[in-house]
Design a protein. Structure first.
Length: 126
């Protein structure tokens, strides 16, 4: 990678992530699912406390979290990353590596299940 050879700070981290796309994908998927599930649970608890009607509170929490996550957890970040990919890569490489290390056993387990599923389905990996 040109940026690694040029000595740009953080280029080694970005290169490490790029060289292991399956691990990166497993880390992002696991992190997203943990955050999304926690957000849904917290929003539901909060809505139940604020709204007397339990069914309505669950509906409000579900709609609210879904809208929030679609906008600020999916659409906006992907558009920013698409337009400023290098800047985003260098900005998020440190947190991604931290999450990867923190969740390492779960990331490895997810990778193993994913690889086994791909083999069973005859799908070649990245």
């Amino acid at each position: 990678m040109h940026l690694v050879r040029s000595g740009r700070p953080g280029a080694g981290r970005v290169s490490h992530i790029i060289q292991r796309p399956e691990r990166f994908l497993a880390t992002v998927l696991l992190g997203n699912n943990l955050v999304n599930t926690a957000a849904a649970a917290l929003a539901t608890v909060l809505a139940i406390k604020l709204i007397d009607n339990e069914s309505l509170s669950v509906l409000v929490a579900t709609f609210g979290v879904t809208t929030f996550l679609l906008l600020f957890g999916e659409t906006v970040p992907k558009n920013v990353a698409w337009r400023r990919s290098e800047k985003v890569a260098f900005t998020v490489s440190r947190p991604i590596r931290l999450v990867e290390r923190t969740l390492s056993p779960l990331v490895t387990l997810l990778q193993m299940f994913s690889s086994a599923s791909n083999r069973l389905l005859g799908i070649s990996t990245v």
